[in-house]
Design a protein around this ligand. Structure first.
Ligand SMILES: NC(=O)c1ccc[n+]([C@@H]2O[C@H](COP(=O)([O-])OP(=O)(O)OC[C@H]3O[C@@H](n4cnc5c(N)ncnc54)[C@H](OP(=O)(O)O)[C@@H]3O)[C@@H](O)[C@H]2O)c1
Length: 316
């Protein structure tokens, strides 16, 4: 049995669909009933609990052999901080996993995870990693760059803000860089780790096949949408303050502290990162933007050679 935390989120829904389609036994952990409702149509067993709720975690862990830990936040709330969600939450989860004698934990961290207080989001992901490393359980840590796909926290907010504002704001006078990864490719990596044993015991940086600047992404999106809105460069400190204010007052802000942290750090790595670790070439952002913003058809099929070889129900 594979327990997926954060299963009702962007990556979680894509992952659970794929695991279920492969016939792998999945239990999903969701915090809100809204997310639970979304998943009920997709996956088998569903548990509703926060990862900080020790008692509910204990029952969610029964019979679980592997955990894919996705639960996390991109903006802090009045009660919940990056520290409580990623550090304390991962600590409690590892404790429950240890008690349940789970045999493998896959933690989805973030590219550039460092213990640097200047970047609270990536720092908390680093502290979460430390909890996994010190848990005594066999683990794999995957560090993706920004992830794009249906329902993402990256292109979708950018498109929304283009539609609602007369200008496009670009944070930073110096170009901010990242190396976006398609959600379908991240899911392939996760499946190949839990079911194919690829990258077991490793910490792996995962990113797409091209590095882009924030402005370059805006250009791509504007070209696709045939949008000619003027761009305005914002000094980074001003952009960071505006992000902090907007994420507190807007339901769906154009940018969040977590996403901005990754841009500021420069969430980039080798262009062959996925090829080297998993043996396939991920989708370039330009292809993804075309598919996501213009063509309503099904997403391109890009499974790795290894995944095609997988047989369902290998995990009992
Ligand atoms: N998307 C990216 O670009 C990206 C890049 C690098 C790393 N990552 C990492 O990948 C993971 C998945 O990302 P995502 O984009 O799918 O995030 P997401 O859409 O925000 O989903 C995360 C899910 O975790 C749940 N969650 C948060 N705190 C929780 C808690 N204390 N207890 C139980 N559930 C909790 C959330 O539930 P609620 O809906 O109830 O809040 C949400 O459903 C995250 O850990 C993220 O840091 C993502």
């Amino acid at each position: 049995m594979i327990l997926v935390t954060g299963a009702g989120g962007f990556v979680g829904v894509h992952l659970v669909k794929r695991l279920s389609a492969l016939g792998l036994p999945v239990r999903t952990l969701v915090r809100s009933s809204t997310n639970g409702g979304r998943l009920r149509r997709v996956a088998g067993t569903l548990c509703q609990s926060a990862i900080t709720d020790t008692a509910s975690l204990k029952s969610a862990m029964q019979g679980v052999e592997q955990v894919i830990h996705l639960a996390g936040i991109f903006r802090e709330g009045w009660k919940e901080t990056f520290e409580t969600a990623h550090h304390e939450g991962t600590s409690r989860l590892m404790q429950a996993a240890r008690e349940a004698k789970v045999r493998h934990v896959v933690y989805v961290s973030a590219l550039g995870a460092v213990p640097d207080r200047v970047y609270p989001f990536v720092r908390s992901k680093w502290l979460g990693e430390e909890e996994v490393r010190e848990s005594g359980l066999p683990f794999t840590i995957l560090r993706p760059s920004l992830v794009f796909g249906e329902g993402d926290h990256f292109l979708a907010p950018l498109k929304r803000s283009l539609e609602s504002s007369p200008y496009v704001f670009i944070p930073g006078y110096e170009p901010l860089r990242c190396q976006p990864l398609w959600v379908g490719d991240l899911v392939s990596c996760l499946v190949n780790t839990v079911d194919g044993g690829v990258a077991k015991g490793e910490t792996v940086a995962l990113a797409g096949p091209e590095q882009v600047t924030f402005e370059g992404v805006v250009d791509l999106v504007q070209r696709e949408l045939r949008d000619g809105r003027p761009k305005i460069l914002l000094p980074l400190p001003l952009a960071a303050t505006a992000t902090l204010v907007l994420e507190r007052v807007m339901g769906a802000p154009p940018l969040t502290t977590g996403v901005l942290d990754m841009w500021r750090l420069g969430a980039t790595t080798s262009l062959n990162a996925v090829q080297n670790a998993y043996g396939f070439t991920p989708m370039p952002l330009s292809e993804g933007v075309r598919y996501l913003l213009s063509s309503p058809g099904p997403p391109p099929k890009r499974k790795s050679r290894r995944e095609r070889m997988l047989t369902p129900n290998r995990l009992g």
